[in-house]
Ligand binder design. Structure first.
Ligand SMILES: [Zn+2]
Length: 234
């Protein structure tokens, strides 16, 4: 049985946890409405503060949202983010305005911003861009062929697998595709830009359906021209 976190306690955070959070934040406050540069050094010291979502101590802000969490779980990067001193004070003084799902959302946005800014290659040729996106398109196509919805096929297992695969692989692949297409948009033809626009809408709707349960009728279909994007006839 895990030890219950005591009051007025501070947890020691491992170096790898600190490193992970500095990398995840890119050195900027992880509140998306702030993004202040945490590396604005004052006498060689940075201004970043490690903030707990569920506090180390049982009497801290949002403690009631995480009674079941052990000391070890509270010290993991998933439960901590880097903030500027002002945002740290604001979320801890008004925890009702900043419940855990809101702050977890900040971390996701921060991870995404990092991937866009630093984790997406910018290619010098269409063929290199094609090589990067082709495996992602193929993997998604394979999932669709195996599990995707089909007219006149009503199979609960297939539908269940489809939902799982969309969340686990198809949507993450599609987000990578969208990042690659955005970073290399100067290599797209005008027609391809239009196709990417439709693909973006399609993925947005797929995400709304599968992650938010928003089943609006009249969805945008996958544009078939995506299959040959960046492809040049030789
Ligand atoms: Zn801030």
């Amino acid at each position: 049985m895990a030890a219950t976190p005591k009051k007025n306690k501070r947890l020691h955070l491992a170096t790898w946890v600190r490193d992970r959070l500095w990398s995840e934040s890119g050195g900027h406050c992880q509140n998306p409405e702030c993004r202040v540069d945490l590396l604005s050094f004052v006498k060689r010291k940075h201004v970043g503060e490690l903030a707990h979502i569920i506090p180390a101590s049982d009497d801290g802000p949002r403690a009631e949202d995480g009674r079941a969490l052990t000391d070890a779980e509270r010290a993991l990067p998933e439960n901590i983010l880097l903030l500027c001193p002002t945002c740290h004070v604001v979320i801890d003084k008004t925890p009702g305005e900043y419940p855990p799902p809101v702050i977890h959302g900040w971390k996701l946005l921060s991870q995404e911003a990092r991937a866009i800014a630093h984790g997406t290659p910018v290619f010098t040729s269409r063929s290199k861009a094609r090589s990067a996106i082709e495996p992602l398109l193929s993997a998604n196509k394979e999932i669709f062929n195996q599990y995707g919805p089909k007219i006149d096929v009503f199979d609960d297992d297939r539908a269940d697998q489809w939902r799982k695969q969309v969340k686990a692989t198809l949507l993450p692949n599609s987000k990578k595709l969208l990042r690659l297409l955005a970073a290399n948009r100067r290599l797209l033809t005008t027609d391809e830009s239009d196709t990417v626009h439709i693909f973006t809408l399609h993925i947005q709707q797929l995400q709304d359906r599968h992650l938010k349960g928003d089943w609006m009728p009249g969805s945008v279909r996958f544009p078939l021209a995506m299959a040959s994007i960046f492809e040049d006839k030789s």
